[in-house]
Ligand binder design. Structure first.
Ligand code: SAM
Length: 225
């Protein structure tokens, strides 16, 4: 009998943002796969969870998938977590989940924190239809993708680093227009949470006047007829 793979979302900042079931599952599994074992240890210590931790990140994911599926096929129950939010959302997860499904191993993803949902809802921009872009390519394909997105009518969701924020907003202004409305959510769930709303022009001005720090989601309204 195969075991089971649980995908367990973890807080994106505020350690209180974890479900009771996520805590129970993490306490019950045989092994926890973590992106960065040091980051996950902080969370586990906070909740008094003492379980073996193995690393599973983008650089060992291909190698790790075979070992993990072998263990699961022998009956182990394993949880996959990432540094923050939901594994598989701009984080490792997909390859392992696909391998488990192909091998007939049960997979269950718990609902829980992910950065783009509060950013989208906070933005006040229509959330009935949206596309999740995650991180734009840094070089190859970036311009082509921006050209395609210029015609997108649905709300767009981007993940971005603080160092690239102004550059990306400037390109959004260039491709989507300086009047396009957007919301930049920074440090969600943390003490210095900020949700800056306005046109691209206003946002560029706002973020150019200071050193931008922290984690960022950008929500951009779609093209209006
Ligand atoms: N798996 C995560 C999720 O479910 O949202 C995303 C992981 S991705 C490697 C990290 C990116 O998520 C950050 O660069 C940022 O764009 C976004 N992010 C994560 N935590 C955030 C927070 N507290 N506030 C704003 N954005 C955040």
């Amino acid at each position: 009998m195969p075991g089971k793979l649980y995908i367990v979302p973890t807080p994106i900042g505020n350690l209180e943002d974890i479900t009771l079931r996520a805590i129970r599952i993490l306490k019950e599994v045989d092994l926890i796969l973590a992106e960065d074992t040091r980051t996950t240890s902080v969370l586990l210590r906070h909740y008094g969870i003492d379980k073996p931790l193995h690393s599973h990140h983008q650089f060992n994911e291909h190698r790790s998938v075979d070992n993990v599926t072998d263990r699961l096929l022998l009956g182990s129950v394993i949880a996959l977590v990432s540094d923050a939010g939901t594994p598989g959302i701009s984080d490792p997860g997909y390859l392992l989940i696909r391998a488990c499904i192909r091998a007939g191993i049960p997979v269950e993803c718990l609902p829980g924190p992910t950065a783009f949902v509060p950013a989208l809802v906070n933005s006040g921009i229509p959330s009935d239809h949206f596309i999740f872009e995650g991180f734009l390519p840094h070089k190859k394909g970036r311009h082509t993708r921006l050209q395609q997105l210029a015609k997108e009518e649905k709300t767009m969701v981007f993940y971005e680093s603080p160092f690239r924020l102004v550059k990306t907003l400037t390109q959004f202004a260039e491709f989507f227009g300086s009047n396009r409305y957007a919301c930049v959510s920074r440090e969600l769930t943390k003490i210095h949470e900020e949700n800056a709303r306005g046109t691209m022009e206003e946002l560029i001005l706002h973020f150019s006047s200071k050193t931008v720090k922290g984690e960022i989601v950008i929500i951009v309204e779609g093209l209006k007829e």
